[in-house]
Structure formats: C-alpha cells, structure tokens
Design a protein around this ligand. Structure first.
Ligand code: SF4
Ligand code: SF4
Length: 329
C-alpha cells in the first residue's frame, strides 16, 4: 500500500515548512558546514520494526559496495568532518561493514555505529562487542523504552530482553563505563506524541535500567517520530496521520532551526547518492547540490546548497527539536 505525504515535498523553497522557517528566521534553510558524514550501508536488518522510516527488514537486499565505501572515505577527507556515522538497516549485516569501520578509524575519524543491539546475538555477530571496543566505536543503540511491553510492541517479541542482554555484554567490555567507549540509547515515542524532556527521561532510564538489570549507558537521545515509511502507514491505519502532522506544525520552535542536522552533515545512501539527511534518503529526495553521487562530491558546492525540505521537516523543529543526536534545544 502506498500512502502519500499529506503535503508537498519540494526543493523549490515554497512549501509550508519553508514558509514557516522564512517567517520566523527571515531566511531559507541552507547548509552551514559539514561536521559529520553519515553513511547508510544498506537496508537489510534482522528486525522489521513498526516505526522504521527506511522500511528495513531481513528481506531487503540493498547494500553499499566496497568501492562506494572508499568514495565515502575520500569525500570525507575533503571536508572538515571528523566523524563518520554508520547506519542502516542493521549496518553490521553489510559484508564490508568491519572493513569500513577499520578504514575510517585508521584514517583518524571518530566512528559512530547505529545498532539495534539484537544483531549481536545472531550467529556470526557475537564478537561484535569486542570488535567495537577494539576500534573505539561510539555506539548509538535503539531502546525506545525502559519497559518491556513498549519495546516489544514497537520492535518485536523478545527484542527488549535481547537488547538488555547485549547491553550487559557491552558493559562487560567497557561500554557505558569507560570514557572512550560511549554507549548512548535512543528513545522514540510509542504513540502519536512528542518525546518528553530528554534529561528527565534519561534520569528515569538510568534509574530503571540500573535497578532492574544493573546495566549502564552514557546518554539518552530522544527522537521525534517522522511521519514517513512504516510509521506513516501505522498512523494512517489508526486514522491519526493528519492529527499527528498538525501537532508537529503547531509545535514549531524557531530555536531549533540553527541546529538542524541537515545543516551540519552530509548523508550518503547505500548506492552513493548524497542527501541532506536520513529522512530525505528514505523519501528519495537527493541533495540539491550539483553532482548527486558521492564520486562527484565538491565540498565548496555542497556547503552552500539549499536544503530539500517538505512537510516531514516539521518533526525536526517540533518542541525541543529532533536529530540523530537527540533533542536540539
Ligand atoms: S528501526 Fe532500525 S532495527 Fe528496526 S527495522 Fe528499522 S533499521 Fe532495523
Ligand atoms: S527532515 Fe529534518 S534534517 Fe531532514 S531536511 Fe528536513 S529539517 Fe533537515
């Protein structure tokens, strides 16, 4: 079933989001600089979560090849970015994943890996905690609640218990306890609401996970659900798609615009196409800079580009704002 976004998506600069940004900041949304290069190495995943905006599952075949990974490393060298942020799917399932991590780390980049945790219990992946520790990888892991029923409802049966087991193993190799091995957890709402205050929720996570299991993490990142992919299908099935989008529009916070992640990163999709962010990748909305493949990357052109915006962008500016790094204000 195909469900259209409620309102236009455009790079022409005259959609509702652009008008809102221009009305409050007297400017259009443009890139600022590149702090991070985020790379989606493939859509295959061992899970198939209800809220997945890239619609990953075990059946997906799309994955980045090694020559494209090399182009990403070359492009990153041309920027001031010091961080490569690897995502998916379950990025660990790409056969060249470890090669990319080692190459990025050897080149002196900080490496972030976005993991669903449970992959580390699958055959052939059990040694990942020690591999990650050996490369000083910064792990950002999905755990959308500290309560079992809420996690399993979003992500599948047994995912909560498996995630706790993997966090225990990560703690065992130093994640969450040693400064050089950060483990951040990601919360996103189970319903059609905005996330609660990030700091207060982090305190609750820390207390609950410690009391229940004695497990540790560093920071909690709250992320607002964006009404695309499977999450939009879910909302539409419940008849809540327009109501949720209106909540996002009504919650527009101009203080979030400066820190929007699209202004500070380059996102490269699995086939080498460049995007402003993960969400534009999911929507098939490439960056508006000339030369859309990473082999043609020109940092001077890329940092002055207009951001391709649409109705979906209201999720990033609602309330305290939202990004791959959590709340913005
Ligand atoms: S949300 Fe993450 S873990 Fe879940 S299906 Fe999508 S990529 Fe996989
Ligand atoms: S979805 Fe968010 S990060 Fe992506 S272009 Fe829109 S405002 Fe920027």
């Amino acid at each position: 079933m195909s469900i259209a976004l409620p309102i236009e998506v455009t790079v022409a600069g005259r959609n509702a989001f652009d008008r809102r940004v221009a009305a409050t900041t007297a400017t259009r949304l443009t890139a600022a600089h590149i702090e991070t290069v985020q790379v989606n190495v493939g859509l295959r995943c061992n899970l198939a979560c209800h809220h997945c905006h890239v619609e990953s599952s075990p059946a997906r075949k799309e994955e980045m090849d090694w020559p494209t990974m090399q182009l990403v490393l070359t492009a990153t060298e041309k920027t001031n970015a010091r961080t490569i942020d690897i995502t998916g799917g379950a990025p660990e399932m790409n056969p060249n994943f470890r090669r990319l991590v080692v190459a990025a780390s050897t080149s002196g980049f900080s490496v972030i890996v976005r993991t669903n945790l449970t992959i580390m219990l699958e055959p052939g992946y059990e040694d990942l905690p020690s591999f990650f520790a050996s490369q000083n990888v910064h792990l950002i892991a999905s755990l959308p609640c500290y309560l079992e029923t809420n996690v399993d409802k979003q992500r599948g049966t047994h995912v909560y218990r498996e995630s706790v087991e993997v966090i225990r193993r990560l703690n065992g190799v130093g994640y969450g306890t040693r400064d050089e091995l950060p483990l951040d957890l990601v919360y996103n709402p189970g319903g059609a609401t905005l996330p609660p205050d990030q700091h207060k929720l982090e305190e609750a996570y820390r207390r609950e996970l410690d009391q229940r299991f004695g497990i540790r993490f560093n920071r909690l990142l709250t992320i607002t659900n964006i009404a695309i992919g499977r999450y939009l299908h879910d909302l539409a099935r419940q008849g809540k798609a327009e109501q949720y989008q209106q909540l996002l529009r009504d919650s527009f916070n101009p203080a979030t615009v400066e820190g929007l992640m699209c202004r500070h990163q380059l996102h490269v999709g699995w086939d080498g196409t460049m995007y402003d962010c993960d969400f534009n990748f999911a929507l098939g909305l490439p960056a508006s800079a000339p030369g859309r493949h990473v082999r043609d990357f020109d940092p001077a052109m890329f940092v002055t580009r207009r951001i391709a915006t649409g109705e979906h962008c209201f999720a990033c500016t609602a309330g305290c704002g939202s990004s791959c790094g959590g709340a913005l204000v």
